[in-house]
Structure formats: structure tokens, C-alpha cells
Design a protein around this ligand. Structure first.
Ligand code: SAM
Length: 189
């Protein structure tokens, strides 16, 4: 969102086959709920392709990157780090501190989500280890709730740039319109 510095999401690991849908959904959720960028493991080729394809069709800006070393991305991040973990401090207790720190210091935020067992160095590298409840669930659910808390709901009304199509909200049924066919002043803000 405009009043916050860059927000990036890093997926720590990816097991081809088993994690395909989850890693794809980390990318799509990061994009849909207001992050500027996702960094996926090098082997998550299909997930990266899907996130780029959706951005091309439904808009951005949103960047998709891959790295040989997600742990290196965390280690070398020049900014603040939130690690989402069921063992962390309650999101409702730390969200204000995270937001205020980012706004005051103008530092980018990296949000880290795991796949399989997360090494202890990630807990140590994080400025905040954050739990969305202290119950085990999913990186996609944790990411969605955390982003919505971070942006205080503003991401739900964001404008999308460069889309070639737009969904028209309907009480029933599906309607998708080509953005090129619309008058210039009809795009929702
Ligand atoms: N068993 C692994 C471990 O202990 O490191 C975690 C596996 S979990 C399926 C995968 C990821 O989901 C976690 O690394 C974390 O990022 C996220 N996650 C699961 N439950 C969470 C919670 N309650 N709050 C925040 N993130 C959560």
C-alpha cells in the first residue's frame, strides 16, 4: 500500500509435486492481498509461472522472483523481517508495532513463510516471529491474515494497473470484461 515501504514475501522451501499448489497460492495470495513482490525457491518454476501469468492478465504491479537460496534472502535482507510461525507472538499484539516501525523507519519488510521444518536461524533472523493463532494451519492462511492486518484492510480496495481484464462483482454468476473495451474513467479505484 502507498503509505508503507515495500512488502515482500519469501517462501522458504518447495517440494516439487507435494508443495505445488501451496507455493502457487503463496504467490497468488501475496499478490492479491497487497504485497509488492514474492521470492520463491528456484525449483518452484510452475508456481512462479502462474503468479506471473495472473499478474499479466489481472494486473499489478507485482514482481515474481526465484532464488537458489531463500535462507540467503532472509540473511541478507536490508530491512525488517517477519517470520510467520505458530510459535510466534500473537499477530493482534504486534501488528501496530510492525506497521509503526515500517512507517517511521521507511524500511522494507520481508514476510517469511515456511514449508517443511523451519531452521532455527530463521527464528533468530526475524525481527518478529508472528503467530496467526498458536494453532497449526497453513502458510497461505497465515499470510492472508497477516497481510490484511498489516494493511488494515486497505489492500481490499486497491487499484490494479496493466490488467487486460476485470471481474465485475455479481451477487450471482460470473462476469469478466475486457479492460480495453471500457471507457477510460470507468475503472474502479
Ligand atoms: N512443521 C513446520 C515447523 O515446525 O517448522 C511448519 C509447517 S507449516 C504447514 C508451514 C508454514 O505455515 C509455517 O512455516 C508457517 O510459516 C505457516 N504457519 C502454520 N501455522 C501458522 C500459524 N498458526 N501462524 C502463522 N503461520 C503459520
Amino acid at each position: 500500500m502507498e503509505h508503507l515501504p515495500e512488502v515482500a514475501v519469501c517462501r522458504l522451501g518447495h517440494r516439487p509435486g507435494r508443495d505445488d499448489r501451496m507455493t502457487t497460492h503463496v504467490g497468488l495470495t501475496a499478490r492479491a492481498l497487497g504485497a509488492d513482490r514474492v521470492v520463491l525457491p528456484e525449483n518452484a518454476t510452475d508456481a512462479a509461472r502462474t503468479a506471473r501469468d495472473i499478474t499479466d492478465r489481472f494486473g499489478g504491479p507485482f514482481a515474481v522472483e526465484r532464488t537458489e537460496s531463500p535462507r540467503g534472502v532472509v540473511r541478507n535482507w536490508d530491512g525488517r523481517v517477519v517470520h510467520l510461525t505458530m510459535y510466534g507472538l500473537a499477530v493482534q499484539d504486534v501488528e501496530d508495532e510492525v506497521r509503526t516501525t515500517l512507517v517511521d523507519d521507511r524500511e522494507p519488510l520481508l514476510i517469511v513463510v515456511g514449508a517443511e521444518k523451519v531452521p532455527f536461524e530463521i527464528y533468530e533472523a526475524a525481527d518478529w516471529n508472528v503467530g496467526v493463532t498458536n494453532q497449526p494451519h497453513s502458510e497461505v492462511a497465515g499470510l492472508a491474515v497477516f497481510l490484511d492486518r498489516l494493511f488494515d484492510g486497505a489492500e481490499l480496495d486497491r487499484a490494479w494497473e496493466g490488467a487486460d481484464r476485470r471481474v465485475v462483482p455479481k451477487s450471482t454468476g460470473k462476469e469478466v470484461v475486457s479492460v480495453e473495451d471500457e471507457p477510460a474513467d470507468s475503472t474502479p479505484t
